[in-house]
Design a protein around this ligand. Structure first.
Ligand code: FES
Ligand SMILES: [Fe+2]
Length: 399
């Protein structure tokens, strides 16, 4: 196994303030030690302690030091084609509306400035947001533009805006940064964007979406997405016959993302990997014969196949709950092809099936992690992306 001793995510030098904050976070001594421990080569490495998947204090630490400081996926630009298109996302206790304003896509708090009613829910299209409680109105930039029956008190509309969060669109995906001071994401993903140039993810659209609300820690969702070791058991009738676990391999980690290759059995024709949609872009011979699992830290997940992509968009919600949307993405012109709806329906049924296989085993895993007998488990070489994620989490929690 080559190169696995490389430290993927060097921990910043711990300073006294961050050390003190770690101690005050209320996490156990076991978790403190796990965060501080140096990285083992994959050949000798184990998972984080099971408590890292069940402890609310640990989740709060992850929220503060990872989620609020990093770029988190919210959606895809294709969901907001026209000025006035919006969708809503609840994330880390905030209630957002993501809207295409005249100048750019904005992520605003959708909590009314009057007495906090959420202004909208679901996706939609509007010229302005009107509160369902007392009809205060906001334009697409989040400015308060109407407040009925407020003339008899000392109140001006001017200068009142819904709080806005920083967004960035990279390869068509919309990301938010709550702290406002993350390094720009585009440059961090430059190598990835280059490798995706022929696939043009900005030109993909969401064909269909499955919604999940699971009693599972967010890292379990990421880990199960990023390893194919479990094809041999959990997916023995779905993925294993085409994409055998033993053929999969994970690239050396990058600071901001990683990649697992899952080649199909060599004897299978390329057509066996397709669902009948137009190819996503110009593909190499290798791309035609495998699927690729991408993780952009901390939890943006994409399974790229020759003619479609499964995109999991997560909303971690406490140590033992994760909501996510499993989207099937296709090329923008795919719906124009004859038979599109039937193919999409067949693919949707397949995704329901494999996700049920994953969620079923993951909910059991989550319960096992909460037992006193549970201990860190050893990684297979096929779980390299999990070893990389543990390294990322440890490094970020020390910062
Ligand atoms: S809470 Fe929105 S107008 Fe009163
Ligand atoms: Fe799976």
């Amino acid at each position: 196994m080559h190169g696995s001793a490389i430290t993927q995510h060097p921990a910043p030098v711990a300073n006294a303030a961050s050390e003190g904050a770690l101690r005050r976070s209320g996490i156990s001594e076991t978790l403190l030690q796990a965060i501080r421990s140096g990285e083992q080569p994959l050949e000798h490495a184990s998972t984080l302690p099971p408590e890292a998947y069940t402890s609310e204090a640990f989740f709060e630490l992850e929220a503060e030091r990872i989620f609020r400081r990093q770029w988190l996926p919210l959606g895809h630009a294709s969901q907001l084609r026209q000025v006035g298109d919006y969708f809503t996302v609840d994330l880390l206790g905030e209630m957002l509306v993501v809207v295409r304003a005249a100048d750019r896509v904005r992520a605003l708090s959708r909590v009314c400035l009057h007495r906090w009613a959420p202004l909208v829910s679901g996706p939609g299209h509007t010229r302005r947001f009107s509160c369902p409680f007392h009809k205060w109105a906001y334009d697409l930039e989040g400015r308060l533009v109407g407040a009925p029956l407020m003339e008899q008190v000392d109140f001006q509309l001017q200068g009142r805006c819904l709080p806005e969060y920083r967004t960035e669109i990279v390869d068509g995906f919309i990301y938010v940064n709550f702290s406002g001071d993350a390094e720009p994401l585009g440059p961090q993903l430059r190598e990835l964007s280059e490798s995706w140039r022929a696939l043009a993810p900005s030109n993909w659209i969401i064909g269909t979406t499955l919604e999940y609300d699971c009693r599972i820690n967010w890292k379990i969702v990421v880990e199960t997405f990023m390893e194919c070791y479990h094809h041999i058991a959990a997916h023995r009738q779905t993925f294993e016959p085409t994409y055998p676990a033993r053929l999969t391999h994970v690239e050396e980690g990058r600071a901001a993302w990683t990649l697992c290759h899952a080649p199909a059995r060599p004897e299978l024709p390329d057509t066996h990997l397709c669902a009948g949609f137009p190819e996503l872009g110009e593909l190499s011979a290798q791309e035609r014969h495998e699927f690729r699992l991408y993780l952009i830290y901390p939890y943006q997940l994409l399974n790229v196949m020759p003619d479609r992509t499964f995109w999991f968009c997560l909303q971690p919600d406490g140590a033992t709950r994760t909501r996510f949307q499993a989207h099937i993405m296709v090329r923008r012109d795919a719906p124009e092809q004859p038979g599109y709806q039937e193919r999409l329906e067949a693919e949707r049924r397949f995704l329901v099936l494999v996700n049920d296989e994953d969620v079923g085993v993951n909910e059991l895993q989550q319960r096992g992690a909460a037992t006193r007998a549970a201990m860190p488990g050893r990684f297979s070489h096929l779980e390299k992306a999990l070893w990389q994620l543990a390294s990322y989490v440890r490094a970020r929690l020390q910062a």
